[in-house]
Design a binder for this molecule. Structure first.
Ligand code: ADP
Ligand code: MG
Length: 263
């Protein structure tokens, strides 16, 4: 029997809510727990790729070739120093979005590619984390179609919930048309300032309004996050015992439990 893979889309069409940071940090935390992890960069800005120490400009092959040129995904996957595998992005991915718009079955391209990968030698991951771009376009829909669950990083500010309804509408559409089994795992509070009651109030309000689970613990705001990408490693190695790094470790343990994998 092959391994069971849990695929999570980390999505929120708002930029700057720590999607990419969450993918890199959770990936590293799951790897620390002995899980085999694949991260997929679906943002043409390639911030995830860059933050894992890979210069997108040096890449011959990337997720764009997989999604639009029929490249076998195993050919583009790279092992990183953080102990996770990466299907990297380059700026060419911006063109993939346009190319895919006219393709039949575009919602399914990523799902198919991940199934191919899982069946091949480069496969066998326990977790696949999809770093979505800041839009609800073709790439995000393809990610939601490929995913078992969606995790929504959320900065707890007064207006931050306006996008959540739209994202959930997209999730509902995806459920109806392309991926019946998609589950919302919950919102993950990021850039969280626990010293204010405000953050907690906003969070309670959002989880009530949309009936969303809140994933614990919240990820505290920490200056150390700004330093990690430049080092080409996640915060788990650049600031080992930092509060932020430990929060991601705790979230990883909770996700493991939720997926029924805790040991
Ligand atoms: P997104 O992918 O949603 O656009 P990023 O992960 O790129 O968001 O994060 C946006 C910015 O916020 C980055 O500069 C990142 O370093 C910073 N950041 C992320 N998480 C935290 C945190 N917990 N504390 C402080 N800064 C953070
Ligand atoms: Mg990002």
């Amino acid at each position: 029997m092959g391994r069971v893979t849990t695929t999570l889309a980390i999505a929120n069409q708002k930029g700057g809510v720590a999607k990419t940071t969450t993918v890199a940090s959770l990936g590293a935390a799951l790897a620390e727990l002995g899980q085999r992890v694949l991260l997929v960069d679906l943002d043409p800005q390639a911030c995830l790729t860059f933050s894992l120490g890979i210069d997108p400009e040096d890449l011959e092959l990337s997720v764009h070739h997989v999604l639009t040129k029929g490249l076998a995904p195993g050919e583009a996957v790279i092992a990183t120093e953080d102990g996770v595998d990466l299907l990297p992005a380059t700026i060419e991915l911006a063109r993939a979005e346009a190319d895919l718009l006219t393709r039949t079955g575009r919602e399914h391209v990523l799902k198919m590619a991940l199934e191919d990968l899982a069946a091949g030698e480069a496969g066998g991951h326990d977790w696949v984390l999809l770093d979505c771009p800041p839009s609800l376009g073709v790439l995000t829909v393809a990610a939601l179609t490929a995913a078992d669950g969606v995790l929504i990083p959320l900065q707890c500010e007064t207006l931050s919930h306006r996008g959540v309804g739209q994202l959930l509408d997209t999730v509902h559409d995806v459920r109806r048309f392309t991926n019946r089994g998609l589950e919302v795992w919950g919102v993950l509070p990021t850039l969280y300032d626990g010293r204010t009651n405000h953050a907690r109030a906003v969070l309670d309000n959002i989880s009530e309004t949309y009936e969303l689970e809140v994933i614990e613990p919240p990820i505290p705001k920490s200056i150390r996050f700004a330093e990690a990408p430049a080092a080409g490693r996640s915060i788990l190695s650049t600031a080992r015992s930092n509060r932020g790094a430990n929060a991601y470790r705790d979230v990883a343990a909770n996700l493991l439990e939720r997926a029924g994998r805790s040991t």
